[in-house]
Design a protein around this ligand. Structure first.
Ligand code: DC
Length: 662
């Protein structure tokens, strides 16, 4: 996939529905596979790392069935994988290889586990040492201490406490904890070092409990599993949103004004990474917590404060803070993050290299990174800052999804940023850049009455800038046509809204299709114009179309025309224009269009129709047609199309200046 050139961004606001948590998804899949009974898992993350786990379980003879886009049924094998000999490819998924190694080592079969080249550089020795203490036969087939591994059948017996290191990765403890109940025996694990990334172990304990296995924890030092416990399926489970993925959007809200809301994690989350929001709060951002959402806005001062934090408890989300540090008012220090060095890449080194490309001064140590942003100390700077990061920077991503997601935030400094190999986000978040675009891609909103020329102007502005184009009126027209074709009364709000919610419409190369039928001309008839104005007055219809309209917001940007683009659909649009013309001038334009298409036209009737529609659009209770306070008025009565486009473009160029120097 080619590099992704992110445009200069100036604002971020809106809401994002998070994909399911990776950590929870892969743990639930394995526990469901090991349990007795079948488990239905909802909101399972669909990404490279969960595919690795699903494929491995299938190869091991576990029944896994997709019941919907993000719903899977797993037939538990009651602790004994049906397939006793298999080669398993683990990609670069740490959440798959570590727990599977432990479970397979206690399963009495012969298995070979390997991964991508980087996986073979990621340590697993502490886990293997732990497993060997109870008689498991796990051998290195490459370099000692690293995958690939060969597991042979062995007689496992748990007697003395298992002594385990916890200072390289908490996943070794997670893996042992999840596997030990397979022996049916009582087991004790004693940590021989400090345990890092503790919140991830908490996720493990929480999920094991949901499958009926209790672990006694003494101070993060000793873990005791009583004998005779077996995993039992709880039936149905729901994966909460990914809290690490949430960090990018929450940071975008703190940097780009906000409010940005993430939906899918909230105050009752079992993921430690939600504590990332506390770090943003320390930087001065405003954070609000709901049951299932978190919302962040920039500090009212506009400035994010510098920080010096121990981030051992949120190692993944901490990467997001390293890039957020670029926007802080002083030098920032991220401490106690040694585990970064053994993740998808050496994240301390990769982060330092790429931050320097943007002009930051970076100091790195074995377990810390200190970041001083390039514009530090420039007085009076607002957030988002003026474009004084280095421009034309291409960020390398090291096959590390988090590098790509983190550095996308640098574009909020008001300079374009290129992300090399952006597809690496597929590891945990295939739709990441689309989700970011929905809160941050520049939008030019062009509203105005019928026949003001806004459609033509908007299309040309979009073509000039290379932006996407949304003709929102056509959606209301399509709803009216669909309702008429379905014999639905245009004032039956519930029925028309249902049609709008599932509208089978698509836009292909200038043609508008409804259920595959080309209706480009049909939706322009006077009957449909009047019908569209009627259905557009129904609140339920408007809300049914809202998400659909917002999904058009993509990189590099969007020009959207309609009636409420600036007021309701894209209230944070970068540039807002209210395009109008006298009713007489608009009626005359419509008359000429109809005659050109050899359609019947009557000047007097057209004028009357226009005035009726203007009145209906302006007087309705929801999203009435009106000029927003922050919209530029462009009256095209005396302007031809070229002049109207030039006037709008001039306004857009003025608005594109980053807010810090506006
Ligand atoms: O822009 P247009 O003439 O194609 O719009 C058709 C109808 O849809 C018009 O009566 C107003 C309504 N509309 C709306 O209410 N909100 C929008 N964003 C776009 C159109």
């Amino acid at each position: 996939m080619p590099a992704l050139k992110l445009p200069a961004l100036s604002r971020a606001a809106g809401s994002v529905r998070l994909p399911g948590s990776k950590s929870i998804s892969n743990r639930m899949l394995l526990l469901a596979a090991l349990a007795q009974g079948s488990t239905e898992i909802h909101n399972l993350l669909d990404s490279d790392d969960t595919r690795v786990m699903l494929t491995a379980l299938e190869k091991l003879g576990v029944g896994v069935t997709a019941l919907g886009d993000d719903i899977w049924r797993v037939e538990g094998c009651g602790g004994a994988f049906p397939v006793k000999d298999a080669d398993l490819f683990m990609g670069n998924a740490g959440t798959a290889i570590r727990p599977l190694t432990a479970a397979l080592a206690l399963s009495g079969g012969a298995y070979r586990l390997s991964g991508v080249a980087r996986m073979h550089e990621r340590p697993i020795g502490d886990l293997v040492d732990g497993l060997r203490q109870i008689g498991a036969d796990v051998r290195y087939t490459g370099e000692s201490g690293f995958p690939p591994l060969a597991i042979h059948p062995a007689n496992v017996a748990v007697a003395a406490p298992i002594r385990l290191r916890g200072d390289v990765s908490s996943q070794f403890l997670t893996a042992l904890l999840m596997a030990l109940p397979l022996t049916g025996e009582a087991a004790v694990i004693e940590m021989t070092t400090e345990l890092i990334s503790r919140p991830y172990v908490e996720i493990t304990l929480n999920l094991m409990a949901r499958f009926g296995v209790e672990v006694r924890r003494d101070n993060w030092q000793r873990f005791t599993i009583a004998g005779g416990q077996r995993y039992q399926s709880p039936g149905q489970l729901y994966v909460e949103g990914d809290a690490s993925a949430a960090s990018y959007f929450l940071a975008a809200g703190a940097i780009g004004g906000g409010p940005v809301r993430v939906e899918g994690v909230g105050k009752d989350s079992i993921q430690g990474d939600v504590r990332f929001a506390d770090a943003l709060e320390e930087m001065g951002a405003t954070v609000t917590w709901g049951e299932r959402h978190i919302e962040v806005s920039a500090p009212s001062s506009g400035k994010l404060k510098a920080f010096d934090l121990d981030l051992n408890h949120i190692p993944d989300a901490a990467m997001t803070l390293a890039v957020t540090a670029l926007f802080a008012d002083g030098p920032c220090r991220l401490r106690n993050i040694a585990s970064w060095r053994v993740k998808e890449t050496d994240r301390i080194s990769a982060m330092a290299t790429e931050l320097r490309k943007l002009g930051a001064t970076v100091e790195e140590g074995a377990d810390y990174i200190a970041v001083t942003c390039p514009r530090n100390g420039i007085p009076g700077m607002q957030s988002p800052p003026a474009p004084i990061f280095c421009t034309d920077v291409a960020i390398d991503t090291y096959d590390d999804h988090r590098m790509a997601m983190c550095f996308s935030l640098a574009a909020l400094s008001g300079v374009p940023v290129t992300i090399n190999d952006p597809q690496c986000v597929n590891k945990t978040f295939p739709g990441y850049f689309d989700a970011l675009a929905e809160i941050a891609a520049p939008v030019i909103a062009i509203d105005g009455p019928s026949a003001s020329g806004k459609g033509t102007v908007a299309e040309r502005v979009a073509a000039t800038l290379g932006y996407h184009y949304l003709d929102s009126g056509s959606l209301y027209r399509l709803v009216a046509l669909a309702a008429i074709r379905a014999n639905t009364a245009l004032d039956d709000e519930v029925a028309v809204a249902a049609l709008a919610g599932g509208l089978p419409a698509s836009f292909e190369g200038g043609r508008i299709l409804l259920a595959g039928d080309d209706v480009s001309d049909a939706i322009r008839s006077e009957e449909i114009s009047a019908g569209a104005s009627k259905v557009a007055a129904l609140p339920a219809v408007r809300s049914a179309l809202l998400a659909r309209q917002r999904a058009y917001r993509r990189f590099p940007g969007l020009v959207a025309d309609g009636r409420d683009m600036a007021s309701v659909v894209f209230p944070d649009a970068m540039a807002k224009v209210f395009l109008t013309a006298s009713a007489e001038a608009r009626a005359e334009r419509r008359y000429k269009q109809l005659i050109a298409k050899e359609m019947p036209a009557n000047m007097h009737a057209l004028l009357q129709d226009l005035q009726d529609r203007d009145a209906r659009d302006a007087q309705r209770s929801v999203a009435p047609l009106r000029q927003c306070d922050d919209a530029e008025l462009v009256d095209t009565t005396q302007l031809d199309i070229e002049a109207a486009v030039a006037t709008v473009m001039a306004h857009v160029r003025r608005s594109q200046l980053p807010s810090g120097i506006r």
